[in-house]
Ligand binder design. Structure first.
Ligand code: CP
Length: 337
């Protein structure tokens, strides 16, 4: 894959070599993300960060990643604060905003919208999530996290045993992650969901065609036993035809410390793309797991900055210049990492 000037719209653009390239550059970004060093390699560059759907970590971590490389960020949030609300097309919006930015990240509720926008854009566009379709940067950071967590246990992504739990129908992070995992060998997938929220057949067919094992279940306990990774997801209520419909599925599968101790292996890693829904009727990933050392959810969010820095550095072709424009930090830095 040639990253320079490329759009990143789907995980189907990636092969294992491209993934390794991203991960190698992400590793190189650690001193900068961890505030040991500062680089100004993207000084003068502008990121157009356009989030037409709610977001905390994708929007802020893409913005931080760009700032950490020395660039500036211009944000558009919500449709109602943009001229899309006045009927402007994606085509016109893309032509205009790509004149103001060097690279654009976009999130929108409609499947295929980011692809449509990218077709008209004069600069590279990264998909920050389009409806229930794809979330490529989330899948890359999840895979990066899985690789690190498994390496710490002397394991590999090949032969991984992963349980995916919850809303697998509308969860775009799960869709993109499953596609990336299909690039590895003999992954054992256990899919735990109510039948109405099961993973679409196209993904299951692709996984089976690639020689992976897929077990579908409606029972949490056997699903999470013998898993290296338990990947929990929230009911994506914003994708349901009505709130009432979404409420039916909240709280069906809840992972807490007691269930973890009873059914998981002692070193099973717990992941979630976040946000977790901590309201009482949902609570799919309980706060009583917060001190569990195998809870990797905040390692995932930290890794997101590294992976997003890597994508920017590769697309804007500055990987070889990052260290040249670097110096030590001059302020107090709390030990967070
Ligand atoms: N994982 C994720 O996409 O989180 P946000 O919706 O907060 O960006």
């Amino acid at each position: 894959m040639n990253f320079v000037g490329a759009h990143v719209l789907s995980v189907s653009q990636f092969d294992r070599d491209a993934i390794e390239q991203v991960f190698t550059v992400a590793d190189k970004m650690e001193p900068y993300a961890h505030r040991d060093r500062v680089t100004r390699v993207l000084e003068g560059a502008i990121l157009g960060n356009m989030f037409f759907e709610p977001s905390t970590r994708t929007r802020v971590s893409f913005g931080c990643a760009f700032n950490l490389l020395g660039g500036e960020v211009r944000e558009t949030t919500e449709i109602k604060t943009s001229s899309l609300a006045k009927g402007e097309s994606f085509y016109d919006t893309a032509r205009v905003l790509s004149g103001y930015s060097d690279v654009i990240v976009m999130r929108h509720q409609t499947e295929g919208s980011v692809q449509e926008f990218a077709t008209a854009s004069r600069v590279p566009v990264l998909n920050g999530g389009d409806g229930s379709n794809e979330h490529p940067s989330q899948a890359l950071l999840d895979l990066y996290t899985i690789r690190k967590e498994m390496a710490a246990q002397g394991k590999d992504i090949d032969n991984l045993r992963i349980a995916l739990i919850g809303d697998l129908r509308y969860g775009r992070a799960v869709h993109s992650l499953c596609r990336l995992l299909c690039l590895y060998r003999k992954v054992h997938f256990t899919l735990v969901s109510p039948p109405e929220l099961s993973l679409p057949d196209s993904y299951v067919d692709e996984m089976r065609a690639g020689g992976h094992t897929v077990i579908e279940s409606q029972d949490l306990a056997p699903g999470i036993s013998h898993a290296d990774i338990v990947y929990v997801t929230r009911t994506q209520e914003e994708r349901f035809p009505s709130q009432e419909e979404a409420e039916k599925y909240k709280g069906l599968f809840r992972l807490n410390q007691s269930i973890y101790t009873q059914f998981c292996e002692p070193n099973t890693v717990i992941m979630h793309p976040l946000p977790r829904d901590s309201r009482g009727n949902a609570n799919e990933l309980d706060n009583d797991l917060n001190e569990n050392p195998n809870l990797a959810i905040f390692r995932q969010t930290d890794n997101g900055v590294l992976v997003r820095m890597a994508l920017f550095a590769l697309i804007l072709d500055v990987v070889h210049l990052v260290d040249k424009y670097a110096r030590d930090v001059s302020w107090y830095t709390a030990k967070r990492f």
